[in-house]
Ligand binder design. Structure first.
Ligand code: BG6
Length: 498
């Protein structure tokens, strides 16, 4: 890829400037970009929020928050922050009323990106009001872009409606739908791992791969997010977005260039190839769980059902496991097992590609013959970012005894990956106009189409199966995969080794 160049002069307008996302992720990421010189003094930030106050109010709130980051060298004293701080201004107002848009217009001169760090119910309305006030009109040397956080819709119908509402006002080339998983270094490395390595890509199909497992396990419980989570659940929160982005990177065909549209075409194609199950098939291809009260790493975990703002008798799942197929030439017959959950045994986001067993084992007379483990490629997305390749070798000695060993690469051993938030590349790409890491309307809709049968089915069913905190999820998840004579990869296995 080419060397990164500084972003052009522009204003980043953040709706929801006093919120959590802005202070926790956006501002620290922009500080990192400022420090590295990729964002210069010609980037201005205009915060919009409902809280009364002026520029100093917002700057002061951010100072207070940043004082708690960075340990002995608080981020609030960081030279890059002190430079950026001066270029932050604030407008108080209600973004569901037209007045504020007139005010925003007066402050803009040239390039602007509007970042919607607000609850999803406002996405469509803000875009409509921006357009009505001509703030989204681009000129020959003037871009106007809109960045939209997840969740993008709550099902297929609402995602389609939101896309239609937005695209009736602005062009797809102006819309940057974020999925923060795409900001993670190891996720971006997936394409390099595949398309820069013949020994990986040559085997990357149903002739050599037996199954793919994609896991995003979290230790955290729902905690104070009860209101949001109870209306959302593990499936909507993680699968059509984060896990499908990983799946798309693993399963897409090689793009004919590293151009954003070429890559997004291939990702959308494979998402559209995900099998959409009938209601009957959905029953046997997906399972749900909900965590009970218990202990996790010595701490007490409140049962999901006793979490503040969770509705009595809630049927929301905190764990989900699916068995999916991408109906393409390359992947015919290869199951993709996906799972994600809260309050699990370890934090572990990983992709495990299990290869077919060797067609013929020469070690017929030995015990090992029956136990020859298949090769596995494990891509560790977080924590301990890296890759491991499990192969069989002969153990030293006179008899022919094979043992599995692991060839391990950990990013941290070879690179200084620093303290990135994961939003740096997303904000940078938004400002330079590279849509590669953003989701296109058709890709989003294809993702929702594949999970819709499960949403429909579970809306009619009872409570999910219980699982204890600190485990790998409910028993039904094991049954889902063991029916196929396969097993889940141990959650946290890589972390235990390092
Ligand atoms: C968010 C979900 O999109 O992703 C959260 O809403 C989840 O529920 C989070 O915890 C996981 O992201 P990460 O980067 O911590 O793995």
């Amino acid at each position: 890829m080419t060397d990164a160049v500084p972003t052009p002069p522009a204003t980043l307008v953040i709706f929801g400037a006093t919120g959590d996302l802005t202070r926790r992720l956006l501002i620290p990421a922009i500080i990192n970009l400022t420090r590295s010189g990729l964002v210069g003094d010609d980037l201005h930030i205009l915060g919009i929020g409902i809280d009364q106050g002026d520029d100093e109010m917002l700057r002061g709130k951010l100072d207070d928050f940043l004082a708690g980051l960075g340990g002995d060298q608080p981020l609030s004293k960081d030279e890059a922050w002190l430079r950026l701080r001066k270029r932050i201004s604030y407008l108080a107002g209600d973004f569901t009323k037209d007045e504020i848009y007139g005010e925003i217009g007066k402050r803009l001169n040239g390039n602007a990106a509007f970042y919607l760090a607000v609850p999803p119910r406002f996405f469509g309305e803000i875009v409509e009001r921006l357009a009505a006030n001509k703030l989204t009109t681009e000129g020959e040397n003037c871009f106007r872009r809109i960045a939209i956080e997840k969740p993008f819709g709550t099902d297929l119908a609402s995602a389609k409606a939101l896309n239609a509402q937005i695209l009736s006002k602005v062009a797809e080339s102006q819309v940057y739908r974020l999925d923060h998983f795409l900001g993670k270094e190891t996720v971006q490395n997936l394409m390099t791992a595949r398309f820069a390595n013949m020994m990986i890509e040559a085997l990357w199909n149903n002739r050599y791969i037996d199954n793919v497992q994609i896991t995003a396990a979290e230790i955290v419980d729902v905690g104070s997010r009860g209101a949001f989570y109870d209306a959302t659940g593990a499936l909507r929160d993680m699968v059509p977005n984060h896990l499908f982005q990983l799946l798309a990177m693993i399963a897409m065909e090689p793009p004919n260039s590293f151009d954003a549209e070429a890559i997004r075409n291939e990702k959308s194609k494979v998402l559209k190839a995900l099998r959409v199950y009938t209601p009957e098939e959905a029953k046997t291809h997906g399972v749900r769980g909900v965590y009970t009260a218990g202990k996790l790493n010595g701490a007490d975990i409140t049962a999901y059902h006793d979490t503040p703002q969770v509705a009595p008798g809630s049927k929301t799942e905190t764990f989900v496991a699916l068995k999916l197929y991408a109906d393409t030439w390359r992947w015919a017959g290869v199951p993709f097992y996906l799972r994600t959950g809260k309050a699990m045994t370890a934090r572990d986001t990983e992709i495990v590609v299990t290869f077919q067993p060797v067609p013929f084992a020469q070690f017929r007379e030995t015990e090992v013959n029956r136990r020859l483990p298949p090769n596995r490629l494990i891509i560790q997305v977080q924590p301990d970012e890296g890759m491991s390749m499990e192969i069989s070798i002969k153990s030293p000695g006179l008899s022919v005894d094979t043992v599995p060993v692991s060839l391990d690469f950990r990013y941290a051993d070879q690179f200084d990956i620093g303290k990135m938030t994961g939003y740096e590349s997303l904000i940078y790409d938004l400002m330079i106009g590279d849509q590669t890491l953003f989701q296109r309307a058709d890709g989003i809709e294809a993702g929702w189409a594949a999970v819709q049968p499960f949403l429909d089915l579970w809306a009619k069913e009872g409570e999910p199966e219980a699982y204890a905190p600190g485990t790998m999820g409910p028993a039904c998840a094991d049954e889902l995969i063991e029916r196929d004579n396969r097993h889940w990869h141990d959650i946290g296995a890589i972390a235990k080794k390092t």
